[in-house]
Design a protein around this ligand. Sequence first.
Ligand SMILES: [Zn+2]
Length: 83
Amino acid sequence: MVEKRRRCPVSPCPAELPQGLLMCKEHWRQVPKPLQAGVNKAWRHLRRVLAGSRSSTDALREAAGAHREATDAAVQAVERQRP
Ligand SMILES: [Zn+2]
C-alpha cells in the first residue's frame, strides 16, 4: 500500500495535508500573493491539460513541469521568510 497522505513540504512542519493541498494553511498564507497566483494558474492549466483527451505527452510534461516550478518557488519563498 502506498501512503497517500503527504506532509506540508515546508520542513519541519508536521502538518498532514488532505489531497489537493500544496501546503498547510498556515504556510500558504505566508506565500507572497504573486506566487500564490502563479501556483493557482499553473494548477488550473495542468488540470485543463489532464482533462483534455487530445493533450499530447509534451503538453502534459510541460504543464506538470510548470506546476512543479511554481510550487517549488512558493515553498522556497516561505522557507526564506523563516528566521
Ligand atoms: Zn506547514
